[in-house]
Ligand binder design. Structure first.
Ligand code: ADP
Length: 380
């Protein structure tokens, strides 16, 4: 019993990975994309599960499958860690649908399909929000009416928790210390992006809020915005709340500023002197810098700043831009180390720096597999 199947479903995709936990080797992995998007594509996440099962034929050995690990986006304030799935847990994930209307239904459909495909295998839910359940009340509370907070659950939950947890543990290991001994700022910069302030191994603040829209500028999301903008646009243009929500989530961010949500395109265009791309890059990096300043104040002492995910792992421009002018706070990159391309965990700060600046490739699938086994009482 040494195999774990990890299923990571987005609103229109399923990433899967079958892992041999003895040597952490990938026995199979892939992505089913554009689920439910058009006629002829995979109809829903249950049909997507059939595609995954087809792809695993010949590689998956049911007698050796110890667990199926599921990424679930929203665990509300109910799930503080990985959880063995039963009917009651499915009901609780269903009750949280209003908080994550696109993701939790997709996650649930996939969980149900996997439970019927593997009725004898334990299934574990790993929540994107769980790592942030350690936020103190003053960090997760919005200053809004009590009924909104208590009856409607409006508060900061935070996301990307699996990645922040994995990266913060790896970063502590790179410093040669236990996670409980280290304070750090983790920058997860992918299509979605968020910052996390980690004190002694625990999340104490994070930039995404009740939904993944708040915080940093992202591929297609605006990040922080005056909350009055939505009502203003509704009044001026007659658009519905739903349309405005769509625009802020799907048609804003880098895409709105520079015409592409892919940082590679923005970087290339900025290097060619295109003004819109220059501005997009500056807005993107400045937002990160403001959060670093805020989290330095929140943490007091910071031992490391860690970059991860597609942009964080690959864009030297963004890493340098985000830390520009922070030398007097002990945070800087060595231009030579920063420019070096690599898929490995590495230091990019100069040898004399007070604060380590690190690049740590994230691996949410391994983290989900490890947490799934932890729940079953088998240490990874
Ligand atoms: P997801 O949130 O979908 O998991 P990823 O972590 O894979 O996203 O990040 C995707 C982003 O990473 C893309 O927007 C892409 O622009 C960016 N990216 C990937 N490679 C590079 C690179 N070499 N330089 C700059 N950005 C990159």
């Amino acid at each position: 019993m040494n195999q774990v199947l990890v299923l990571n479903s987005g609103s229109s995709s399923i990433k899967y990975r079958l892992i041999d936990m003895d040597d952490r080797a990938r026995l199979a992995d892939g992505t089913v994309e554009r689920i439910g998007e058009s006629a002829g594509s995979v109809a829903d996440h249950a049909a997507g599960m059939d595609v995954v099962l087809g792809a695993l034929k010949g590689r998956l050995d049911r007698s050796r499958l110890a667990a199926v690990g599921h990424r679930v986006v929203h665990g509300g304030d109910r799930f503080r860690g990985p959880t063995l799935i039963d009917d009651e847990v499915c009901d609780a994930i269903r009750e949280l649908i209003p908080l994550a209307p696109l993701h939790n239904p997709a996650n649930l459909t996939l969980i149900e399909a996997a439970r019927s495909a593997f009725p004898d295998t334990p299934q574990v839910a790993v929540f994107d929000t769980a790592f942030h359940q350690t936020l103190p009340d003053y960090a997760y509370t919005y200053a809004i009416p009590k009924e909104w907070r208590t009856d409607l659950g409006v508060r900061r939950y935070g996301f990307h928790g699996t990645s922040h947890q994995y990266v913060s543990r790896r970063a502590a290991a790179m410093l040669g210390r236990e996670p409980e001994e280290v304070n750090m700022i983790v920058l997860h910069l992918g299509n979605g992006a968020s910052v996390c302030a980690v004190r002694e191994g625990k999340s104490v603040d994070t930039s995404m809020g009740m939904t993944p829209l708040e915080g940093l500028v992202m591929g297609t999301r605006s990040g922080d915005l005056d909350p009055a903008v939505s009502a203003y646009i509704a009044r001026q243009s007659g658009q519905s709340a739903e349309q405005i929500d769509q625009t802020l989530n799907k048609a804003s961010g880098l895409l709105a500023l520079a015409g592409s949500n892919d940082m590679r395109d923005v970087d290339t265009a900025a290097a060619k002197g295109e003004e819109a791309a220059r501005l997009a890059l500056d807005v993107y990096c400045y937002r990160i810098r403001k959060y670093i300043g805020a989290y330095l104040a929140a943490l007091g002492r910071v031992d490391a700043v860690a970059f991860t995910a597609g942009v964080g792992e690959n864009s030297a421009t963004v890493r340098a831009g985000a830390l520009l002018g922070l030398e007097h706070l002990g945070i800087s990159v060595s231009p030579k180390r920063n420019a070096q391309e690599s898929k490995q965990e590495r230091y990019i700060s100069p040898y004399w720096a007070q604060t380590a600046v690190l690049v740590v490739p994230t691996d949410e699938e391994i983290e989900i597999a490890d947490q799934a086994l932890q729940v079953l009482g088998a240490q990874p």
